[in-house]
Design a binder for this molecule. Structure first.
Ligand SMILES: CC(C)(COP(=O)(O)OP(=O)(O)OC[C@H]1O[C@@H](n2cnc3c(N)ncnc32)[C@H](O)[C@@H]1OP(=O)(O)O)[C@@H](O)C(=O)NCCC(=O)NCCS
Length: 206
């Protein structure tokens, strides 16, 4: 397939027909990775699409990638979540394009909000770092209960609970529009991944 044939755009109401496929892609990836991806219902994904809070990647009529945003803490924060690329379309730079479009959507809709994401994924850490996100502790992210309840569908939710929501296997990354952009250090995502792996081993031992 040709990556230049794939369009990445703000989702419109008619894209809600893809909600079930998006949920399946997310679920299958979570099974494959055996790690933290929170499950979402069709209705939840549909509501993001119809609410103008999502980005879709399309190869003609076929949905091949997705991500969405949601604001938390009365609009002080906006999270970018649910990033998924069809396995047949990976390693073509599509996640980078979706991330950039999602970031654009978040800045457009919530210009004063801090933007964050939590992830265990090296590709996502790389992309976030390039866009100016920096790694932070969970205490610097939203304390909106509903956001953290969204982690319930993740296999690691018990770890989050056990740690009183202070840490988990995901790394928190934050873009603060009020702060100068941090220098882009190519080693940052690798160091974050290493830190995650070490904390995982430590937690398994306990
Ligand atoms: C993570 C995911 C979205 C990446 O999609 P993608 O379109 O293949 O990513 P891209 O081609 O845009 O690559 C982005 C960067 O990550 C790197 N990358 C991609 N897959 C990688 C992998 N499996 N391991 C290490 N690096 C990887 C790429 O080399 C690229 O880095 P570079 O620009 O320095 O070369 C995709 O693998 C996926 O859908 N995974 C399952 C769902 C998931 O993990 N979502 C994230 C939840 S937070």
């Amino acid at each position: 397939m040709k990556p230049d044939k794939v369009t990445v755009e703000f989702a419109r109401e008619e894209h809600a027909v893809h909600a079930e496929r998006i949920c399946n892609l997310i679920y299958e990836s979570a099974l494959q990775r055996g790690t933290g991806i929170a499950r979402r219902s069709n209705d939840y994904i549909s509501s993001k699409i119809t609410g103008g809070k999502a980005v879709v990647a399309l190869d003609g009529e076929k949905l091949v990638g997705f991500s969405y945003i949601e604001c938390w803490g009365h609009g002080d924060y906006v999270a970018t979540s649910g990033l998924i690329v069809d396995p047949e379309y990976r390693h073509l730079g599509l996640a980078g394009r979706i991330k950039e479009k999602t970031f654009e959507l978040a800045r457009m809709r919530f210009p004063y909000a801090k933007i964050f994401s939590i992830t265990t994924s090296l590709p996502v850490m790389k992309l976030n770092s390039r866009m100016g996100y920096k790694p932070v502790t969970f205490s610097e992210l939203t304390d909106d209960e509903e956001f953290w309840q969204g982690c319930k569908g993740c296999v690691n939710f018990d770890i989050l609970q056990r740690n009183n929501r202070r840490m988990c296997l995901c790394t928190g990354m934050l873009f603060d529009p009020g702060q100068p952009l941090p220098a882009n250090n190519a080693a940052t995502p690798y160091l974050m991944l290493l830190k995650n792996k070490i904390s995982k081993i430590f937690r398994i031992k306990h």
